[in-house]
Design a binder for this molecule. Sequence first.
Ligand code: AP5
Ligand code: MG
Length: 222
Amino acid sequence: MNIILIGAQGSGKGTQAEKLTSSLGVSHVASGDMFRKAFDEKTELGIKANAYLDRGELVPDDITVAMVLSRIKEPDCANGVLLDGFPRNIAQAQSLDEGLKETGRQIDVVIYLDVPREELLKRLSGRFICRANQHVYNLYANPPKVAGVCDLDGSELYQRSDDRGEAVQIRLDIFFNETIQLLDYYGSQQKLIEVNGNQDIDQVHTAILSQLNAFKQRKNKG
Ligand code: AP5
Ligand code: MG
């Protein structure tokens, strides 16, 4: 099964993806995580992309599409992927459709995490991620057991540069002006599930699983 998680910055895509990949047996492909890892490794792609990330802008489509399509052709993605942060506009969605078609696959379902803007700002201001694997924490909703240290791998926690200052508003504006158009794109293909992301983390996870099951049943009948 190939799934897309769509949601504004701070809506909980990364948080829910960590839980869903193990329950669904699919690989987590997160474009933002890939860019941050490439920057940590000081690759050419990572250094080029980082200027866009810091400003809160989208990395150009040609760079992003090539990176994600090459990742989803790797063997561990053959049983299905959970795409987090990709696609973010119609052009990326069309390139994704074409890329999947080449390997006889398609997007099966798209999950939209709906969260109001004021809640997004609060979550981003309290977010910390870990250096080693980008596990996600929140000072208010999901704190680590030991301050500043990842529960899962013991690495240092840090605040993303794009969670501060002007970049936050730029990122949210891009989502609500541009990425949101994907809801019509996938809605018209009857692939869209809308989930209330403004509940606690476990409630959102349960809601996603139950709406996914209902979606599969409707598809099997239909
Ligand atoms: P990316 O890393 O994808 O960032 P984003 O889209 O801005 O999304 P976030 O990671 O901020 O939010 P999230 O939904 O994952 O929330 P999280 O689970 O962490 O992209 C970064 C940059 O890379 C982009 O700006 C762009 O430059 C570039 N890029 C990436 N993809 C691209 C593309 N396709 N095209 C072009 N450029 C691209 O949760 C947030 C916080 O809330 C956490 O602290 C968490 O603990 C907490 N939380 C989560 N759920 C809940 C809950 N239910 N209740 C309370 N708190 C919660
Ligand atoms: Mg994320």
